[in-house]
Write a protein that binds this ligand. Structure first.
Ligand SMILES: Cc1cc2nc3c(=O)[nH]c(=O)nc-3n(C[C@H](O)[C@H](O)[C@H](O)COP(=O)(O)OP(=O)(O)OC[C@H]3O[C@@H](n4cnc5c(N)ncnc54)[C@H](O)[C@@H]3O)c2cc1C
Length: 321
């Protein structure tokens, strides 16, 4: 039995969720009494592999190939499938990123396996791994166990594990030169979507100020924007705000928007509907500002301010100045 964390980088930068996955892999391996390894795919990943080599894993696998420089589902699948054939890891864990959502089902199909996606927690019972994932917009949690033969594949939801729990250590690096064929790659990558103007990846934000229907009208959004700027935070919103076109859809947090796990999440005039909570309850510290003391958001808030946002927010901005 062995665990492999397959981490994500783009243009030499780690995806923030990579280290959450590594922390989870270390924890699961420890609890199963088995070894853990980490893999990074790309072209020129030496520096990233060196960083991984300072963590407590048995081996760092650095996949090097020029056809892995720009992500394509075909190249990633080819490289990982060949590796799995050769090294037979039992459990492969991935961050539940857009990229992983793109290639993991393909990899699973190639291996004739299923992938358990969006895992939020795990338990070990009688030496068996049980994964927990959410159903019906987070209304139900389902326990899932792998059946059949390894390899088993799972992706981990943002914020489910803590990146700062990665155990330090010293690990050898093994460079893997996968045979990736250009003829097998059926897509040609264009510029990455995150580089496009006006798009934002909230899942990578460390601080988020999020606004809900309590803001009343579009003309009041700049007040919240001011607070976000003062805090060095990204601006986000509940669904009604995006549905109304007051902020772009890419800034929506929740079950039909983005899942975020910042260090700080400030929810302003947001009631705390379950569809919103599933997108942000991985935040480390939640501050809620709401005039209704019975608003459900206060059940998960670390700090609650009961008051009119039109008085509270300007006062905070003033204090921050
Ligand atoms: C299939 C489905 C998917 C969904 N996906 C999402 C999703 O991804 N994200 C999402 O957010 N929602 C989603 N929803 C909608 C969700 O159910 C809620 O309707 C929505 O989250 C409510 O948004 P809100 O909290 O901004 O508004 P409301 O629920 O109307 O809450 C407004 C809050 O503002 C407070 N308030 C009002 N005035 C003030 C003031 N002056 N000062 C301070 N507080 C004030 C009120 O007390 C209230 O708590 C989804 C729903 C469905 C059915």
């Amino acid at each position: 039995m062995s665990v492999l964390a397959v981490l994500e980088q783009r243009a030499g930068q780690w995806h923030r969720m990579s280290f959450e996955t590594l922390a989870a892999a270390q924890q699961i391996a420890r609890e199963l009494g088995t070894t853990v390894a980490a893999a990074v795919l790309g072209h020129g990943v030496e520096a990233l592999a060196n960083e991984l080599a300072a963590t407590d894993v048995a081996t760092v696998y650095a996949f090097e190939h020029e056809l892995l420089k720009d992500y394509t589902p075909d190249a990633y699948t080819m490289a990982l499938e060949a590796f799995i054939d050769l090294f037979s890891p039992d459990i492969l864990l991935f961050p539940h990123t857009y990229q992983v959502r793109d290639y993991l089902p393909k990899l699973a199909t190639r291996l004739n396996r299923v992938a358990v996606t969006g895992v939020i927690a795990h338990r070990i019972e009688d030496g068996e791994l049980t994964l927990v994932r959410q159903l019906f917009q987070g209304k139900l949690n389902a326990d899932v166990r792998f059946a059949g033969e390894a390899p088993h594949l799972a992706s981990l939801q943002a914020g489910a594990y803590r990146a700062d729990h990665v155990a330090k250590g010293a690990a050898p690096i093994e460079v893997i030169l996968p045979s990736v064929e250009l003829s097998g790659i059926r897509t040609r990558p264009l510029a990455p979507f995150r580089a496009a103007e006006h798009t934002v990846d909230l899942s990578a934000a460390e601080r988020i100020v999020s606004v809900g229907r309590g803001i009343k009208e579009a003309d009041n959004i700049p007040l919240i924007e001011k607070l976000a700027t003062a805090l060095g935070a990204e601006l986000a919103a509940s669904r009604p705000i995006c549905d109304a076109g007051w902020l772009p859809m890419e800034r929506q947090v929740g079950s039909s928007g983005q899942t975020v796990a910042p260090k700080l999440y400030v929810a302003i005039g947001i009631s705390g509907a379950i569809q919103h909570l599933v997108g942000m309850k991985g935040a480390r510290t939640v501050v809620a500002i709401n005039k209704d003391p019975g608003a459900p958001i206060f059940e998960i808030a670390d700090y609650g301010i009961v008051g009119d946002l039109f008085q509270v927010v300007p006062a905070i901005i003033e204090a921050l100045k």
